[in-house]
Design a protein around this ligand. Structure first.
Ligand code: UDP
Length: 140
C-alpha cells in the first residue's frame, strides 16, 4: 500500500439535506484526509465531460440532470490506499446493496441519488483530480 489521492464528490442530494459534515466525518474516520475541497455548481457541459465514460448508458441524461440540479462538494482525499479505502467507505452504488456503516447505506436515497462519487481506479483518480482542481488548490 502507498499513500495516494482520489477524487470524491458529495452529490446534490446530500448538499440539499445539509449532511456534508456527516459524510466528511465518515471519510475522516476511515483514515482519509481532505487535502482539497470546494463547493461548486456544475454546468451541463461540466457534468457531461466528467461522466463522458457513461454517455452510452441509459441513465446518462438523468445522471447529468441530477448532478447539475444543485451544489456539489468536490474533494481530493489522501491516504494509504485511498482509492480502495474510499470505495469501501462509500458502499455499493445501489444503497439496497450497500454494507452497514457505509456512506451510501446511511445516506443514499436511491441508486441515482446516492450521495457520493469516488474514483474507481488510481488512473481515473489522477484524471478526475486534474479535471476538478489546479495543482495549487491541493494542500497535503
Ligand atoms: N447511476 C444511476 N443508475 C444506475 C447506475 C448508476 O443513476 O443504474 C448513477 C449513480 O449516481 C452512480 C453514477 O451513475 O453513482 C455512476 O455510476 P457507476 O456505475 O460508475 O457507479 P459508482 O462508481 O458511482 O458506484
Amino acid at each position: 500500500m502507498a499513500t495516494e489521492r482520489t477524487l470524491s464528490i458529495i452529490k446534490p442530494d446530500a448538499t440539499a439535506r445539509n449532511i456534508t459534515g456527516k459524510i466528511v466525518d465518515k471519510l475522516e474516520s476511515a483514515g482519509l484526509r481532505v487535502v482539497a475541497q470546494k463547493r461548486v455548481k456544475w454546468s451541463q457541459a461540466d457534468a457531461e465531460a466528467f461522466y463522458a465514460v457513461h454517455k452510452e448508458r441509459p441513465f446518462f441524461n438523468d445522471l447529468v440532470a441530477f448532478m447539475t440540479s444543485g451544489p456539489i462538494v468536490l474533494q481530493v482525499l489522501e491516504g494509504e490506499d485511498a482509492v480502495a479505502k474510499n470505495r469501501e467507505v462509500m458502499g455499493a452504488t445501489n444503497p439496497a446493496d450497500a454494507a452497514e456503516g457505509t456512506i451510501r447505506k446511511a445516506f443514499a436515497e436511491n441508486i441515482e441519488r446516492n450521495s457520493v462519487h469516488g474514483s474507481d481506479s488510481s488512473e481515473n483518480a489522477e484524471k478526475e483530480i486534474a479535471m476538478c482542481f489546479k495543482a495549487d488548490e491541493i494542500v497535503g
